[in-house]
Write a new protein. Structure first.
Length: 156
C-alpha cells in the first residue's frame, strides 16, 4: 500500500513559473468522485494514468493512493466514462530545498485558481516555504480536484 502525504497551499503570485524546471498540461476526469474513494483518469502530456484514492485522514494530509500508467488511448476511452466536469490545468514542477512543489494553474471553470502541493515522508516533515506560497488549504475539501468538478472555483 502507498500512503500519500501532501500539503496544499494557495499561491500568491506567479514567480514560480520562472523557477519551474518543467511543466505539462493535465486533463483529468473522475469515474467515481465519492468522498473517501475516487477513481481518476488523467492525461498528462502524452501519457495516461488511472489513479484510485482512499479517504483522507482527519487532518486531510494522508490517504491511500494507487496509480498505474496506462496507454494514452485507454485513457482517452476511459475519459468518456467519467462523471460530468473536467479538470484542465497546467502543472509546474518547482524545486524548493529538498522538495518539489507541484503548482497547478487551473483553466476552464476553475480559472483563477492556483494551488501548490508538496509531498512529504511524514506529516510533520519540515520543508522550505517559497515566497509565493500562501494560505494552507490542506484538508479543505473545496480544493480537492474531485470537488472542483462539481463546484468549480469560478462559481464560488
Amino acid at each position: 500500500m502507498h500512503t500519500e502525504i501532501e500539503r496544499k497551499f494557495l499561491v500568491t503570485d506567479t514567480d514560480f513559473v520562472e523557477e519551474a524546471y518543467v511543466f505539462r498540461r493535465i486533463v483529468q476526469g473522475y469515474i467515481c468522485s465519492t468522498p473517501g474513494r475516487t477513481v481518476r483518469v488523467r492525461i498528462r502530456g502524452e501519457r495516461g494514468f488511472l489513479t484510485i484514492k482512499g479517504p483522507s485522514d482527519e487532518k486531510g494530509l494522508s490517504r491511500y493512493e494507487f496509480e498505474q500508467e496506462i496507454p494514452p488511448e485507454d485513457a482517452e476511452q476511459l475519459m468518456k466514462l467519467c462523471e460530468p466536469g473536467i479538470i484542465d490545468k497546467v502543472r509546474y514542477w518547482v524545486k524548493a530545498g529538498k522538495h518539489v512543489f507541484e503548482v497547478d494553474v487551473f483553466h476552464g471553470e476553475n480559472e483563477g485558481l492556483i494551488i501548490a502541493e508538496v509531498e512529504l515522508n511524514s506529516e510533520d516533515e519540515a520543508f522550505e516555504h517559497p515566497h509565493w506560497l500562501g494560505k494552507e488549504v490542506s484538508g479543505d475539501r473545496r480544493y480537492y480536484n474531485s470537488m472542483l468538478i462539481r463546484h468549480p472555483f469560478t462559481k464560488w
